[in-house]
Design a protein around this ligand. Structure first.
Ligand SMILES: Nc1ncnc2c1ncn2[C@@H]1O[C@H](COP(=O)(O)OP(=O)(O)O)[C@@H](O)[C@H]1O
Ligand SMILES: [Mg+2]
Length: 292
């Protein structure tokens, strides 16, 4: 089962710590009374300064689809993921999981982070088991953990401790733990960011295999344009908002045309990659494809 996620006009503004502004000049604040989402300054009043990180985000994560979010560091990718995961609350706007508004963490949703966040004193199997719903019977839990370890290719290493395995293996444990409760929505925040290039490619294949075996709505935050284009059905490009800018946060949503499994050398992906990198301010010197 997988659920769609819908974001409607979502914004998130953060209070700037310990500061307020009066007529545009900074001052110290004694009290914290700001309502989040207000503009940075209210002329003539002492209002704690806020900074909009996300604004006007309208987005649908289709049920069972993979959506990638890319954008420069600090543009709000993790903030977006935390809002959907119920770890943070939008300043304005609504987020729904299926039909129901997100009001906090939800059993139907799982999150995987960049660092595997494993318990060092527990075996890999016991770390995977942490992701099971608390109501799971012991025998069912053991069977599910065995199934997951098999899915991520770690059956033979089930008894090892996190310090005895590679970064790629730890990341696979983290993925298995996130999948343990068969989430209908899986949020991944730069899950392969700390891995070497080859392990990263293998993990991408792993994710696609897992996704095919257990369809779930995936949101993948990544800073790797190629990864986004290889894995996702749609790629959302976020921009960093300037303090006085009134535009919305999403610069662009690209639908990826290729079916899976994809050829990493597909010329359509190469063209899109160049296009997206240029959008992110990276010149690619990608020539117009030759006409044959
Ligand atoms: N709890 C918070 N309080 C204040 N500022 C925050 C908070 N969380 C994130 N920010 C700020 O919001 C911006 C976006 O952060 P983040 O979503 O982590 O960016 P990204 O994941 O795209 O690198 C950053 O400038 C960050 O400092
Ligand atoms: Mg981040």
């Amino acid at each position: 089962m997988s659920l769609p996620v819908t974001l409607t006009d979502v914004s998130r503004a953060f209070r700037m710590p310990g500061e307020a502004t009066r007529n545009g000049r900074r001052m110290r604040t004694g009290r914290r009374t700001a309502s989040l989402g207000s503009p940075a300054t209210a002329p003539g009043t002492a209002a704690p300064a806020t900074r909009a990180v996300l604004r006007g985000v309208d987005l649908v994560l289709p049920a069972g689809g993979i959506t990638a979010v890319i954008g420069p560091s600090g543009c709000g990718k993790s903030t977006l993921l935390r809002l959907i995961g119920g770890l943070d609350t939008p300043s304005t706007g609504t987020i729904t999981l299926g039909e129901a508004p997100v009001t906090g963490t939800d059993e139907r949703l799982a999150i995987g982070f960049q660092e595997p966040r494993l318990l060092p004193w527990r075996s890999l199997a016991a770390n995977v088991a942490i992701g099971l719903p608390s109501s799971t019977a012991r025998a069912d839990g053991a069977a599910r953990v065995a199934e997951l370890l098999d899915l991520v290719g770690l059956t033979a290493s089930a008894h090892l401790r996190p310090c005895q395995v590679s970064g790629g293996m730890a990341q696979r444990v983290s993925l298995a733990r996130a999948l343990a409760r068969r989430p209908e929505v899986l949020l991944l925040d730069e899950p392969f960011g700390a891995l070497d290039a080859l392990t990263r490619l293998r993990m991408q294949e792993e994710l696609l295999r897992v996704h095919a075996a257990q369809p779930t709505t995936v949101l993948l935050v990544t800073h790797d344009v190629e990864e986004a284009l290889y894995l996702a059905d749609q790629v959302v490009v976020l921009r960093t908002l300037a303090p006085d800018e009134r535009d919305a946060s999403i610069a662009r949503v690209v639908t990826v045309p290729a079916d899976r499994p994809r050829d990493r050398a597909d010329s359509r992906l190469a063209d899109l990659r160049a296009d997206l990198l240029e959008e992110l301010g990276v010149p690619t010197h990608h020539g117009t494809p030759a006409l044959v």
